[in-house]
Design a protein around this ligand. Structure first.
Ligand SMILES: [Zn+2]
Length: 309
């Protein structure tokens, strides 16, 4: 037995993965890039504070480049170009911009489901780089303070010019499928009750993605995995993950929840999943997550809404 061909194809239309933004080239940094972009009326500046991204109605709030007046200590990052418009994000204190016409501040989780595609992708990029800038204030090599470089995409320490680059944590997420074409779903101890999803976990140091799939699935469920096929990826900056989606062939079916991270595990046929959702006894991740895309891909058509009980 091996994975069916339909589980080896790429997932299409994954949110935040549509490459709408032409990102800045970082190999040959232009030290004047941010200054030049801010001088242009067509450049749009997004504001991010610790309360989220500045919003107006159901969309992001942008200032035209020349209207953005930098406050001391604000950091800027050039996000790139989309549809001939340049985008810059400023990391700000919400208080300093309270008079700018901002209605509210979107958290990433709120914004995910509301924003138009390009704005959602801009926010994911902006949030990811902001999270890194906020978290790495001191050089991990010598402990000295850091300053921005490379249009915001790098930092270097003030004492020894050590160069620092944004970090991303890879995590695998896998639809595990048995010989009867059933899907393995687990209930995470952190989820609200009734929520079942495909299993996921971080890649360990020095580990391949494939090894991580084998290890995580066995650790969380006791299931042994054979063949593994890559399906697609999705940035998930909460705070800095990259989700790497896989299909995996189960070579054993006995379920042993780890009791810590996973409370309950079940194999679902398509009919069983449909009945459970319609009866409201379980729910699955919805919306933009790659978890939903993996479950939807296995199911083969849109999933029934869960009935609330
Ligand atoms: Zn240093």
């Amino acid at each position: 037995m091996a994975l069916a061909d339909k589980y080896r194809t790429p997932l299409t239309g994954l949110p935040f993965a549509s490459s709408l933004i032409e990102r800045p080239l970082t190999e040959q940094p232009n030290p004047d890039l941010l200054r030049d972009k801010l001088a242009a009326e067509t450049t749009k500046v997004m504001l991010i504070s610790d309360q989220g991204a500045a919003a107006l109605g159901e969309e992001l709030f942008f200032l035209p480049g020349p209207s953005y007046k930098a406050k001391e200590a604000e950091r800027l990052v050039y996000l790139g170009t989309a549809e001939s418009i340049d985008y810059v994000v400023a990391i700000v204190d919400a208080q300093d911009h309270s008079a700018a016409g901002i209605e509210k501040w979107f958290t990433l989780r709120e914004a995910f489901t509301i924003l138009p595609t390009l704005q959602a992708e801009l926010l994911v990029e902006a949030q990811a780089i902001c999270n890194w800038i906020r978290s790495e204030r001191y050089c991990p090599k010598c402990g000295s303070e850091v300053q921005a470089s490379n249009s915001g995409w790098g930092q270097s320490c003030v004492e020894n010019s050590h160069e620092l680059f944004p970090r991303t944590d890879p995590a695998i997420i896998a639809s595990v499928i048995d010989s009867e074409d059933r899907l393995l779903l687990g209930s995470n101890a952190n989820f609200k009750s009734k929520m079942y999803s495909v299993l996921a976990g971080f890649v360990e140091a020095g580990e391949s993605l494939e090894s991580a799939v084998h290890r995580e699935i066995f650790e969380e469920s006791g299931v042994l995995v054979g063949e593994v096929a890559y399906r697609g990826s999705q940035p998930w900056p909460l705070p800095r993950s990259l989700m790497l989606g896989f299909a995996a062939e189960a070579t054993s079916i006995e379920l042993i929840p780890d009791g810590a991270e996973i409370n309950d595990l079940r194999w679902f046929s398509r009919a069983e999943l449909r009945l459970a959702l319609e009866a409201g006894t379980i729910d699955i991740p919805r919306g933009v997550s790659i978890a939903h895309a993996l479950i939807r891909s296995w199911y083969g058509k849109p999933l029934p809404e869960a009935q609330s009980k």
